[in-house]
Design a protein around this ligand. Structure first.
Ligand SMILES: Cc1cc2nc3c(=O)[nH]c(=O)nc-3n(C[C@H](O)[C@H](O)[C@H](O)COP(=O)(O)OP(=O)(O)OC[C@H]3O[C@@H](n4cnc5c(N)ncnc54)[C@H](O)[C@@H]3O)c2cc1C
Length: 498
């Protein structure tokens, strides 16, 4: 039999990864992508000489201290790329000059927290010890979980045994709830602002801080689009083909076997295997018309919480912000209302750590607000009102940043407001979610199938089959799908490093 062909929908990180591993394993692959560039959510954009980075705050696997580094090497994404490991994860300012700094170095963090709240010594030690325990834990990348036999399961269990106790304990405790254990009122208030998502489990926070301590979750200089472009180059070098501006409207099925795709322009393309690495909801309910589904999958889309959409404001400012940390949350003089929601504090990102994002002595500042999809969907019906709301937000954000950095308002050279409607239009993600299924105390560690019931030769990759989302899991899911395909074809899964 000749070389089998694979069609991939979407050139986000998951689609590019599936393409790279497909090519490495002797399949003839091609990707159809809605936009004119790779990356999907992992992207950046240019405005008036500034580059707005729309994704990577931290890249798990940015150094060999984490297993994922190996995957990034295989995908050609890290070679020659400088990574920045911040000294601070974030600093949270309170009234009266109080500051809680989440240092990425655990010892420094412990000392700082004890100085800030000496009466909370025991809670702090429990927290710090748990981060330390997480530094000994690494995610397994060898095999797709779908291919695990009983022996693999046992091996994994014994490897992870030391971490299991920590995981069992912390995956059930929300960050908000843990924060209530601090007797110090400032720490109690400031601590949960660092991971301000509903029901977010402590385990997620501990693991992130452990990765940061090990300097294995850094930021890649050049930003998110450059990072995606590196994987695109690797894919093209491996002989893959990407068709941009090629939205897929239908997955073609014959006798319950996926056989190809139909594009929005009506053209049809046939393949032996189809992988959708595009939005999960539109794949299942639109491209496949909801024909291949069961109660479990329907239940996910009916009931599971998703990462909410964002209002993402970026300012290009003619100021260097030298010496300032990259992420600060500070209280506002007066609460501000953004898209119908009131905020008493605001988080600003100062992108002064990557010289490629702005001209010399100039900086991009970013403020993001979790927002309400329905609010924006309704507003989008009326272009004038929608634009007015964006302008209003730009003015309000400039004013609240000017409170913290006096004189800033006069130095703003560029202002860009992206709304949930921007993300929906640009990536097609369901309800404009920025990372798919939310990690909560109920969904932590949850696994989802990468196939659909009753449909042959079809797979899904990306954040809609990997709860918690993120760039590393997107890449991992593309790799896993190709591992499963190789196993079906009774071929060894092979990789190469460029
Ligand atoms: C502001 C922000 C910050 C983030 N920060 C981080 C971070 O610090 N670290 C981290 O790991 N992750 C972060 N993420 C999350 C991360 O970007 C995503 O989880 C990940 O990129 C998802 O990749 P994906 O390939 O699964 O999906 P997507 O990126 O959504 O890719 C899907 C692709 O499919 C295309 N597509 C959709 N429909 C069609 C169609 N009908 N036909 C053809 N193509 C189609 C889309 O255009 C897109 O290119 C962040 C995301 C955002 C928005």
């Amino acid at each position: 039999m000749g070389q089998k062909s694979i069609i991939i929908v979407g050139a986000g990180v998951a689609g590019l990864s599936a393409g790279c591993y497909g090519q490495m394993n002797g399949y003839h692959t091609q990707i159809f992508e809605l936009q004119n560039k790779p990356g999907g959510l992992c992207t950046s954009w240019q405005r008036k000489g500034y580059t707005i980075d729309g994704c990577l705050h931290w890249l798990v696997g940015s150094s060999p201290a984490n297993n994922f580094y190996r995957i990034w090497e295989e995908l050609g994404a890290v070679q020659g790329r400088r990574m920045i490991d911040h000294d601070e994860f974030m600093r949270i300012e309170g009234a009266g000059g109080k500051v809680f700094i989440l240092y990425t170095d655990i010892d420094r963090l412990e000392q700082h927290m004890k100085e800030l709240a000496p009466t909370d010594k025991e809670v702090i030690e429990e927290f710090i010890e748990s981060i330390r325990a997480c530094t000994r834990f690494d995610l397994p990348i060898g095999k797709a979980p779908e291919l695990y036999g009983p022996l693999d399961g046992l091996k994994l269990l014994s490897k992870m045994f030391p971490s299991l106790k920590v995981m069992r304990k912390w995956k059930k405790i929300p960050v908000q709830e843990f924060a209530q254990r601090f007797s110090d009122p400032f720490l109690r208030e400031a601590f949960p602002l660092s991971f301000d998502l509903p029901d977010f489990p402590m385990m997620g926070m501990l693991m992130t801080l452990a990765w940061m301590h090990k300097k294995s979750a850094g930021y890649p200089i050049g930003g998110s689009l450059e990072f995606s472009r590196a994987i695109e180059r690797r894919y093209l070098d491996l002989g893959g083909a990407i068709h941009y501006r090629s939205p897929v409207s239908k997955i073609l099925v014959e006798k319950d076997q996926a056989v190809g795709v139909r594009l929005a322009d009506g053209t049809e393309h046939r393949g032996d295997i189809i992988i959708s690495a595009a939005d999960g909801h539109s794949t299942i309910f639109d491209m496949l018309e909801g024909k291949y589904i069961n109660d479990k999958i329907r239940g996910y889309y009916d009931k599971l919480p998703i990462f909410p959409p964002l209002v993402h404001v970026a300012l290009g400012v003619a100021r260097s912000f030298e010496g300032l940390p990259h992420s600060i949350i500070y209280p506002l003089e007066e609460p501000v209302t953004i898209a119908g929601q009131e905020y008493k504090s605001v988080g600003v990102e100062i992108h002064n750590f990557d010289p490629t994002l702005a001209p010399p002595d100039k900086t991009v500042l970013k403020v993001m607000f979790l927002s309400d999809y329905d609010y924006w969907k309704e507003l989008r019906q009326n272009s004038a009102r929608y634009q007015a709301e964006k302008d209003n937000i730009a003015d309000k954000v400039t004013a609240i940043l000017d409170q913290r950095f006096p004189g800033l308002a006069g130095q703003v050279e560029m202002c860009d407001v992206a709304t949930p409607m921007t993300w929906e239009r640009y990536t097609g993600n369901w309800r404009a979610s920025f990372e798919g299924w939310l990690i909560t105390t109920k969904t932590f560690g949850m696994r989802m199938s990468k196939t659909l019931p009753g449909l042959k030769n079809f797979y899904m990759a990306g954040q809609w089959v990997m709860p918690g989302g993120g760039v590393p899991t997107a890449a991992m899911s593309g790799r896993n799908v190709v591992q499963i395909i190789c196993s079906q074809d009774k071929k060894p899964f092979v990789v190469s490093i460029p």
